[in-house]
Ligand binder design. Structure first.
Ligand SMILES: Cc1cc2nc3c(=O)[nH]c(=O)nc-3n(C[C@H](O)[C@H](O)[C@H](O)COP(=O)(O)OP(=O)(O)OC[C@H]3O[C@@H](n4cnc5c(N)ncnc54)[C@H](O)[C@@H]3O)c2cc1C
Length: 298
């Protein structure tokens, strides 16, 4: 199907993009980043924007900057770039999650900012962003503001971004010494999206888990932390049965948030997958504590 006609603007800086968002307030306006969610919805008739603002040529939105304590990823950075970045790979979980997205074509086109702003419940980056305690920087006509990841994902395809806001970059704190992370995913056999994806960040003193951050993609209407699993892990001595005992609580938060159900997986199957992948993500992160993979301080 051909999309219906729209006005198209290619912009060169963030201010120009925000000015256009304001100018077209009240119309259906979309930002074009990698286009790998927007264009399929337009071609299938699910969305028909009046205005498209192409942000691909905004220099500020491209690339990754590294500091001592954190890395900052521009919104237009594609997944392949994030997945290949040595510093991101050693110090954060985001590179590992980016490497799990779709196929080569999607990883070369889709963008970190687009993935987060679109907030597809089955996308891979949101859980990684949550367990990283990342900060999202957004620009509106009122200037820039930062949004903690914990306040960013609100519902299916819904974030804390306003209609007149552009996601500029995301700041990801580095894992500190004694921390390790893992992202484990069961991909949909047809699309590659996460049927379930579990991100885990653990901090240990060698024997006891001192902090646990666990979050899931694909399970609920938006990515969210698994608080009961985190509570079960925190303060516990690592032993062979710990990940099983913790993963049993993966669906404890389901009463208020329905498990997803679609043609590829029933809610019962998703609940099962969530428990299995939660255990695997915890086990993998525990294995990595003290190894060279994904542990800061190496
Ligand atoms: C076949 C297929 C398989 C896929 N598999 C996976 C997968 O396994 N895992 C996964 O995570 N994703 C997957 N995707 C989705 C892909 O990752 C998309 O790239 C992503 O969801 C959106 O990023 P984008 O850069 O393409 O954004 P676009 O499609 O250009 O934009 C998407 C939405 O985000 C908004 N937006 C974009 N950038 C910004 C910004 N800077 N500020 C504010 N709003 C913005 C746009 O207005 C639009 O509404 C798949 C897509 C396809 C087609």
């Amino acid at each position: 199907m051909y999309p219906s006609s729209f006005e198209y603007y290619a912009v060169a800086d963030v201010k120009e993009a925000v000015d256009l968002l304001v100018e077209h307030d009240g119309s259906d306006v979309e930002l074009l980043a990698g286009g790998h969610s927007l264009l399929p919805t337009m071609k299938s008739g699910l969305s028909s924007p009046d205005v498209i603002i192409d942000i691909a040529d905004i220099d500020r939105l491209h690339g990754i900057e590294h500091g001592e304590q954190s890395s900052t990823v521009g919104a237009m950075t594609n997944y392949a770039t994030a997945a290949r970045d040595d510093v991101l790979e050693r110090n954060t979980i985001v590179a590992e999650a980016a490497a799990e997205i779709g196929d080569v074509q999607i990883r070369n086109a889709g963008t970190v900012g687009g993935n987060i702003a679109h907030a597809d419940p089955a996308a891979d980056l949101p859980a990684a962003v949550l367990v990283s305690d990342a900060t999202i920087r957004a620009r509106s006509p009122d200037g820039e503001r930062t949004i903690p990841a914990s306040e960013f994902f609100e519902a299916m395809f819904t974030t804390a971004l306003g209609e007149d806001e552009l996601l500029v970059e995301i700041e990801i704190p580095h894992l500190s010494e004694g921390m390790a992370s893992a992202y484990l995913k069961k991909p949909s056999p047809s699309s590659g999206y996460a049927l379930i994806g579990v991100a885990a960040v653990l901090e240990t003193d060698g024997e006891v888990i001192t902090e646990a951050r666990i979050a899931a993609n694909g399970a609920f209407d938006h990515a969210m932390r698994l608080g009961s699993v985190e509570d079960t892990l925190t303060g516990e001595t690592i032993d062979d049965g710990l990940s099983d005992r913790a993963a049993e609580h993966a669906t404890d938060d389901v009463e208020s948030y329905m498990l997803m159900e679609d043609s590829t997986a029933s809610s019962e199957f998703r609940a099962h997958l969530l428990e299995v992948y939660t255990k695997q993500a915890i086990d993998t992160a525990i294995e990595r504590v003290g190894s060279t993979a994904n542990v800061s301080g190496d």
